[in-house]
Design a binder for this molecule. Structure first.
Ligand SMILES: [Zn+2]
Length: 167
C-alpha cells in the first residue's frame, strides 16, 4: 500500500547510502553507481530510446528490476540517472510499481517536488559525492576539478559544497 503522506526522510537516505558504500568498500572517488547497482542485483541497460523517447534520461523497471539509461546522453548525466533510479530501486519499490512513478526526463534536473523524487535526488547526491570523500578533497580544489574527480556535474558539486559546508 502506498504512503500518500510520504515526506522526504533524508536520514534514511543517508543511512542507505552509508550502508552501500560500506558494503562495497567504496572509499575513493569516483563512485561507480553502475557497479553498485549490478552488485545489488539491479540491472543497468544502456539503450537507444528512439524518436520522442529520446527525451528520456532513464527509468527503473520494477518487473525486470532494471534501470534503463539513454545511451546517447553525456556520461555525467548517465551517472546521475543511474544513481537517481537506483535510489528508487532500493528505497521506493512499491511506489516505483505504481502509476505515480515518473520516468526521468532530460530537461528535468534537481527540481523534483515530489518527496520520492527529492529522496532519489538526495540519494544520488550523497552516493556520488559522499560527505567523507568531499571532506578530503574540497579545500584548495575548484568546483571544476572536483567535478572531474567525482565524475559529476559542476552544479552537483556546488550543491554538495553548499549543503555540507555552506560555501
Ligand atoms: Zn525519479
Amino acid at each position: 500500500m502506498l504512503d500518500t503522506a510520504h515526506k522526504p526522510d533524508y536520514q534514511r537516505v543517508k543511512s542507505v547510502v552509508r550502508g552501500l558504500l560500506a558494503e562495497f568498500d567504496v572509499t575513493i572517488p569516483p563512485v561507480n553507481p553502475v557497479e553498485i547497482a549490478r552488485s545489488k542485483g539491479v540491472g543497468v541497460k544502456f539503450v537507444d530510446f528512439a524518436g520522442d523517447a529520446d527525451r528520456i534520461s532513464g527509468f527503473y523497471d520494477c518487473d525486470e528490476n532494471a534501470i534503463y539509461v539513454n545511451k546517447h546522453e553525456f556520461p555525467l548525466r548517465q551517472t546521475f540517472t543511474v544513481a537517481h533510479e537506483l535510489g528508487h530501486a532500493l528505497m521506493h519499490k512499491d511506489w516505483a510499481a505504481s502509476e505515480d512513478y515518473k520516468i526521468l526526463f532530460r530537461d528535468s534536473d534537481y527540481d523534483g517536488n515530489d518527496s520520492y523524487e527529492k529522496e532519489a535526488n538526495a540519494f544520488a547526491a550523497h552516493l556520488l559525492v559522499p560527505r567523507f570523500m568531499l571532506g578530503e578533497y574540497w579545500e584548495g580544489n575548484t568546483a571544476e576539478s572536483l567535478s572531474r574527480l567525482f565524475a559529476v556535474s559542476v552544479p552537483m558539486i556546488k550543491n554538495r559544497l553548499a549543503f555540507e559546508y555552506g560555501v
